[in-house]
Structure formats: structure tokens, C-alpha cells
Design a protein around this ligand. Sequence first.
Ligand SMILES: [Zn+2]
Ligand SMILES: [Zn+2]
Length: 639
Amino acid sequence: MEKIQVTLPGGGDVEIDSGQPIDVLLSSQQNRDDIIAAKVDGLAVDLSRTLNKDCALQWITIDSPEGLDILRHSTAHLMAQAVQSLFPGTQVTIGPTIEDGFYYDFKRAAPFTPEELASIEARMRELAEQDLKITREEIPRNAAIELFRRLGEGYKAAILEEIPEPTVSLYHQGDWVDLCRGPHVPSTGHVRAFKLTGVAGAYWRGDENNEMLQRIYGTSFPSQEALKQHLQLLEEAKRRDHRKLGRELDLFSFHPIAPASPFFHPKGALVYNLLIAYMRSLYERFGYQEVITPQIFDVDLWRRSGHYDHFRESMYFTRVEDREFGVKPMNCPSHTYVYASRKRSYRDLPLRYADFGRLHRYEKSGVTSGLTRVRSFAQDDAHIFCAPEQIDTEIAMLLNMVHEVYRTFQFREIRVDLSTRPEHFMGSAEIWRRAEDALGRCLQNQAVEYRINPGEGAFYGPKIDFSVRDALRREWQLATIQLDFSMPERFELTYVTQSGAEARPVMIHRAILGSIERFMGILIEHTGGVFPLWLAPVQARALPVTERHNPYAQTVVGQINAAGMRAELDGRNEKLSYKIREAQVAKIPYALVIGDREVREQTVSPRRFGGETLKAMVLSEFMDLVRAEAKKDMPLSAA
Ligand SMILES: [Zn+2]
Ligand SMILES: [Zn+2]
């Protein structure tokens, strides 16, 4: 028998007979119950795969990202097996994993009902208990096509017809078979904690001209506890859905008259403007100047900027006096006109232009969603024009600014990605190298951990992207800092250097909140609608116990507002308990109860959101408290 050398995960080699399956090496592993697959020379395979040559082995455990993916895909198989055993004649198509779960698309006429989902789950549990062995079989592609045709699985046969390889792999569990690359868990018993989470219609191959399929979504975890935690997060996400809270808190609405374009109501507009005011306060400190630029430009501008060729599908156009105009999807090109409005010298640089201009981008109806994906929005957008040797200091300053902003909103986990030169790029390789070095150096100098995405930069320059995790542990990409060597070239921007020569400035595009609409949606879900005091549209609501307390309550509200804070009166003839509850539902930071004693002593009795009751205090004391608290949450610069 021929011997082969296998390098084990912890290092160290073993010699085994060639042709043995990987799982013979499992017995010596302490955590062998958690190992569901392996990597042979970096390639993920089933534990039943045989080893035929010298190789390096890694284990894949069920709780690793790859293991979880294999578990979830195996759960999709289990679900398909259950569906076909319960509903004969239902055809299988594809069943990939997605973030946090999986789906499988089936061909059958009627959608699955909630009762049917429950019975599918029950059947899955039975099949998991039977701990059916999952085995891989390789057969010629043509034989597989015949097999699936015979089984009445037209979709699988169609998929197979497009596979170029002469040999394909099938996976069997019990009497059920599916076409699949694998790998899979060794047996159905490894699928322990799962839940079918929903159904939806989906077109075959995502094309609306094709027939409609029935999709079932599900998720799967290594343990019941992990599953339970995940389902709780989903519930909480539903409660915090910004579309729901936006309605309940009267912040914004949508109407088909302007699809995917939010209408901000007075309270929503207040929050929106406070976010802008906050960014403006940073601009003062960080040396930005605000500009206001047109909304609609002759398409010549978009031709020159490259948007007409590359971004046209996402733009709105109009004709006036026989000229074609495009509505701006970005501010960048227009800022070059402000720059070029006069001759620039090295002494003028850097120039930092900020613009809260309204932008429009066409997004397909199918992908728009609440505030997080809209067609009309504004960004905390800015463009910095600087000399190449100023890149370092500008980036360092931007990193400070980004971190300050995220601290303010209590985003504590931030991921940073540096994307470098792609295959097709603009400018010289030397400038790229220097710019990438500068970005990396700035990140290192500030001890910011980052990942490098090789080749993922834009064609016009490298970039740094920032993603934050919200309170529900979901990741959102927010800030971006992009160096651009292309636009100054296209718009022939120059400055006079110290030695009197003409040089090209570098343009840095950057946004920290990103789209303010989207940021507000994320912030509503991050805070559950309980805004920090400085951002709360109503900071205090006066609740007179009876109508005869209204006049004093009105005075209280008037004084708070006159002092630059935000209060309102609930003067309705309702029970106090009802008004307190309503103030809670509206997530108002302070409810001020006003009864006989408060009127007599000229005080207020504040109740914090969440129920804590403070002692009665004179109004000036309450206002000091609000000021102090707002200042504590709010950065110094905006105080
Ligand atoms: Zn599979
Ligand atoms: Zn830009």
C-alpha cells in the first residue's frame, strides 16, 4: 500500500495509507464533534473525501464562518428533502446560503402557507433525528442530466446543461439526491438548531420574464442557544424598523407620487437639520468652507466628468431650450468649477469645500427601502483639493474627524478597509503607490486596524471605507475617503507651485455620515428611536394633571423654548397616566408633570424616558440639567 504524508492543522506530519478518508484522522481530535468538514491544501471538502497524495489539512469547525456556511447549506438540503417528501411533484432549483441563513427555491404553483412551513420544519426534525449519512457521488454530467430528467427535475437538468465540466457531483441523504458541489456536513444529525423564517415569490434565474418560483427562507445555528439569540435580534430589529418608528414618531413618510423620496415631517426635519448643524460645527473647527452649487447641469459637464458614460443609468435627465441637462447625482464635478473660478497657488491649498446639496439617483423600485435606499438625498459631502505632499496631513485630519463623529453617535465597533489599485487605473503607478502608502501610513500612525482589499479601489484612486456595527450587531458602510487623480485631470485643474511651475492638485472625496437620509434610518434603528438628548426633536413634554394646570404648563413650555431648547404641551383633557404612557411611546426624554403643587411652588416634576422620576425642581434647575445632559452626549464642538 502506498503511503502519503499529511501535514496536520497544528503542524506535524502523519503518514497514512493512500486512499483513506479524511475522517480516519479525526479520532485524535479533541473537538471532533464540532468538526464538520476539512480543507485539503486550502480547498474545502467533505470529511468522507479520500486522500491520495501528500497534502496539508485544516479542520473546519461548525462555529467558524466557513463551517456555518456549510451547516446552513446542508440545512437547505434537509429542507428540500423534507419539502419533496411532503409535497411530491415539487421541483427543486437552487438553495444557496445568504447572510444569516439560506433559502431554497421550489417550483410549485401555490405559495407555501405558514401551516405548511410548520410541517416542513417537523419533517426536517425527523430527518435530522434519523442522522442520515450524507454521501458524495461523482458521475458523468450526461448521466446526471438523464437522472434528473427521469426524476422530473427539469430545472436541475437545465442547470446541468450549462455546467462545462464532464463530471459532476451528487449528494445523497437517505433516498433523496441533489446536484451540488458541496461540501456538506457528514450526516443530517449535525443539523441541530434551525428555523424557517419566511416565504417569498422569486423568478427563475432572477428574471421577471421567467416563471415564478416559491422561495423558503431559513436559518441554522450550531446550537439552540445561538439560534434563540439570533431570533431575538430579528424580533428586536422588527421593533426598531426605522420605517415603522418613522411613522410612529411622526418623523417622515413616503408617497407613490414621489417614489423612494422621503417627505420629512417637522420632527424629522428637525433631526435632519440637527445632524447637518452638527457637521457644520465640525467644519468650522476642521477648516471647511461650505459651497452651494446648481442642481441641474448641461450634459457637457457629465460627459467631461465621465458620469454620462459610466453613471447614466442612475441619472435623471431633462430638456430645456433644446439643451439636454442632467440632474446631479454627485457634487464632485461642480466643485471643480468653484476651484477653477480663479487662479490657484500653493498658498491657497488645501481647499476644503463642503456641500449639503440635494442629489438624485435613480434606483430600481425593487431595491429601494425606507430611508436606507432612496432616490433623493443629501450627503455631508466634501471635496478637498490639495497638493500631493499634503495628502498625509489631510488623511490624518479626516481620520480624527471620522472617529469623533462615530464616537458622538456611540458606534463603538468600526471596520476600516483600504482598497488599492485595480487592474484598470488612471494616473501613474508611482502616484498610486505614494497615495496607497500615505493612506496605509496614516492608518498605522493612528493605530487604526484595517484590512487591505487588493485591486478594489476605484479606477481614479485608492480609498478607505468605514463600516460601523449598530446596537443589533449589523454592519453598515458609512464613511468613505477617496483619493482622485482623474477628475483634476479631466477638468484641467492647476495650481502654481512655490517654484512658479503649474501642477495638478489631488482631489479627495469624502463623506462621514454618507447620505443623511440613510444615516438617519440607521441611527433610528441603532437607538431604537430614543435619540440622544441633543438630537431629540422634542426634549420635554409638559403634562398638566387637569386643564386648570394648562396656563402654568404653557408658561413652562414657553420658557424652555425661549431658552433654545425644545418643549411641547400635552394640554388634552385626558388622564395623567394616559398622557405619561403616550410620552413614553413618543420616546420623549423628559415628561414634566404639572399639578397643584407644581403650580403653587412654581416647579416641575420631571420623569425621565424609561420611568425614573426626579424630585420636583424649579424650572431653571431643570433647564440646567437638560443643558448639561445634552452637552455631555454632544461633542464639544457643537455645544
Ligand atoms: Zn448542496
Ligand atoms: Zn465626490
